[in-house]
Design a protein around this ligand. Structure first.
Ligand SMILES: Nc1ncnc2c1ncn2[C@@H]1O[C@H](COP(=O)(O)OP(=O)(O)OP(=O)(O)O)[C@@H](O)[C@H]1O
Ligand SMILES: [Mg+2]
Length: 642
């Protein structure tokens, strides 16, 4: 990486600048790095300074279902998944609990999971309008462009609640459940300080969403802000990858050869069939997101190296639920569906549960129709709303692959169901095709299909058709728990993933000495007779660049005035692999690097604050020291304030 020597400039900001310079937009002029990019390799992750713990508890906070699992440090091979939950849906396995939460009318936590759903369901309609019921809300963190601590969510009754409160309630619930289970096991109170917590998030999540999850964990009292290392944010497909390597043949289905054993003995790991350098793809197909990761295994330790930055998108299985909703709108009218959801929220939940079990029955070789029970209150409310029957609406609509059955059910032909799957599956296949077309992604030995949606025969078939035998498709038996179990293994040894790829290009804006012919004239800034080029993007790391765990990017900053208490530097990012100016298309401000230099008065006239940033972890970390006094300076990167 090349960066020209840059100097500290005080008060150079003039109003004449056409585009915002980083210094101007901060209102805190004069902070530019002293030193050129320097990458230090300190790949021995400082495990000992991390939190000492007895047990790792991982929480998989899913879009549609959530759960936890744990393992004791002294017995790492033994992963316990959470106790069985009360309730459960007919025909639907209940390894995780639904990510549903219920608040009382005065916005206090009431219940989570099946308990929330069942209680809500049993409320009478006038009461249920007062209670706040939330589901499928995790996606909001991915889809909200300006995610902040104040971002709101909408409950089923249309009322707003702070997303942070909801995530914190859910995490507090898991904390309580897990500690209770651990205490029961230990036969006495189990201390939270003995737990290393792991929360999984999709790999495609941006920094603000990851930070949001961390903030929610602080709020939930999972860990304290003073002890951030007690919580590890794990990436879902990475966790899956860690677990999949350990699979034995009887723990999985090999789609490319369902019966034969492909030369592997039944006790052999898939991992032991892997040799140095083997490459594989993990496709985590959840409710909300589909995440693709490419890993290479490095023996003898079995460390993993990421070969291509995480990719994917919001193409999880709830896309099919939305298609179903669209279909209902087509038949019964959008105005009716919108009203019904608000006025009979519990019946709407019922209808979607009925759809869920039918959705899971969809398969390519299916020839008989799928029946969906319409709740009585749907039929009744429709009659009141329109003045004619549901049956009439179906006959009148031009959706001919959905019929009314005499038993009061919606009868969907297999084609109708396939059509609901198609947009979502097409997106996934498109992502996979693009991934396999990349030069970095060749010779993929295995493709692991994990996450609840991986159980869909329609999806399995589509992936098989797309791959055309290019790699073996492996589906673990407990697809729904793969991530959870992998997350526990990751918590036990976070250094297992040695090399990652940066999902984005990160940097800050700096001033460089102006060079005629190289720098555009509109970027020129003159100060005391010296000409500077403003807005220069000083790259910390480029998109898809590989970074080893513990590798740091070093920059030095200096306060503009000796009395200054904080140094605030805007961080910019881009999807593109390089950026020249912070004003380039696609570059946006994404966070701030804050150095708290208060109370570190230094005798030196010009203080140098050396800042080290790590990009090889699942989160970006910053550390800083005051060079003159060798004292550490509080450094943080914030992606949630705008
Ligand atoms: N046979 C099936 N066909 C279609 N979808 C299925 C099938 N089985 C499970 N699913 C879907 O899988 C999803 C649950 O998977 P999983 O628990 O992995 O998701 P999640 O962890 O809640 O979501 P995310 O990881 O995206 O946050 C649900 O949306 C469910 O409808
Ligand atoms: Mg998931």
């Amino acid at each position: 990486m090349m960066t020209e020597k840059v100097l500290v400039i005080d008060d150079v900001i003039t109003d004449a600048m056409a585009t915002p310079s980083p210094a101007k937009s901060m209102g805190d002029p004069g902070i530019t790095p002293l030193s050129p990019t320097h990458v230090l390799n300190d790949s021995e992750e400082n495990e000992s300074t991390r939190h000492p713990y007895v047990v790792v508890v991982a929480i998989d906070f899913g879009t549609t279902s959530s759960g936890y699992a744990y393992a004791f440090k002294k017995e790492p091979e033994c992963i316990h998944t959470m106790r069985r939950w009360e309730g459960g849906d007919p025909g639907v396995s209940n390894q995780k609990t639904p990510t549903t939460i219920l608040l009382t009318p005065d916005k206090k936590f009431h219940s989570f999971g099946y308990a929330a759903r069942d209680f809500y369901h049993d409320l009478d309609p006038t009461e249920s309008k007062q209670w706040l019921y939330l589901e499928k809300f995790k996606m909001k963190l991915h889809t909200t462009a300006n995610l902040s601590i104040d971002t709101d969510l909408h409950a089923a009754n249309g009322k707003r609640v702070k997303a942070l409160d909801i995530f914190a309630y859910a995490l507090a619930f898991f904390k309580e459940q897990a500690l209770k289970e651990l205490s029961d096991q230990a036969g006495g109170d189990f201390e939270n300080s003995d737990v290393r917590w792991v929360i999984t998030v999709p790999a495609i999540w941006k920094m603000p969403a990851k930070q949001f999850m961390r903030e929610a964990a602080y709020k939930a009292g999972l860990v304290s802000r003073d002890n951030p290392d007690q919580l590890i944010i794990a990436l879902e497909p990475e966790a899956a990858s860690i677990y999949c390597r350990k699979l034995r043949l009887h723990q999985m289905v090999d789609l490319s050869n369902k019966t034969a054993q492909n030369g592997y003995s039944p006790t052999e790991n898939v991992g032991s069939g892997m040799t140095q350098g083997d490459r594989y793809v993990v496709v985590d197909c959840g409710g909300g997101t589909v995440d693709l990761t490419v890993h290479q295994i490095r023996l003898p330790e079995g460390h993993l190296k990421e070969l291509y930055k995480a990719s994917g998108g919001p193409h999880g299985s709830i896309g099919i639920d939305y298609e179903f909703e669209k279909l209902l709108c087509k038949i019964f009218g959008q105005d009716f569906i919108d009203q019904f959801k608000i006025k009979r929220p519990a019946a709407w939940v019922d209808l979607m549960i009925a759809f869920e079990s039918r959705k899971r029955a969809a398969a390519p070789d299916r020839s008989n129709p799928l029946n969906i029970n319409l709740p009585f209150s749907f039929i009744d409310y429709y009659k009141k709303f329109r003045g004619h029957s549901v049956e009439h609406a179906l006959r009148k609509s031009n959706v001919d692959f959905v019929k009314w059955s005499s038993q009061g059910m919606l009868r969907m032909s297999p084609d109708a169901m396939n059509a609901l799957f198609k947009p979502t599956i097409d997106h996934i296949i498109q992502h996979l095709t693009e991934l396999f077309d990349r030069p970095e992604v060749t010779d993929i030995k295995f493709l692991f299909l994990v996450g609840g949606f991986a159980e869909s025969p329609l999806l399995q078939q589509a992936v098989q058709n797309m791959l055309q035998g290019r790699s073996r498709i492996i589906i673990p038996h407990d697809v729904g728990l793969t991530i959870l179990k992998g997350a526990v293994l990751f918590g036990l040894d976070p250094s297992i993933i040695k090399v990652r790829r940066s999902p984005l290009t990160y940097g800050v804006g700096v001033l460089n000495r102006f060079i005629e012919g190289k720098h555009p004239p509109e970027k020129m800034l003159v100060k005391d007779g010296t000409r500077w080029c403003t807005d220069v993007f000083d790259t910390f790391i480029s998109a898809d660049q590989s970074v080893a765990l513990g590798e740091t990017v070093k920059r030095s900053y200096t306060p503009a005035k000796p009395s200054q208490q904080v140094i605030v530097i805007h961080v910019y990012c881009s999807e593109k692999e390089s950026a020249i100016f912070i004003s380039d298309p696609g570059v946006r401000k994404c966070g701030t690097l804050k150095l708290d230099v208060s109370g570190t008065e230094s005798p030196a006239a010009r203080r140098e604050i050396q800042t080290l940033m790590q990009f090889g972890d699942t989160e970006i970390r910053a550390m800083a020291i005051d060079v003159a006094t060798s004292r550490s300076v509080k450094a943080s990167i914030d992606f949630l304030s705008h």
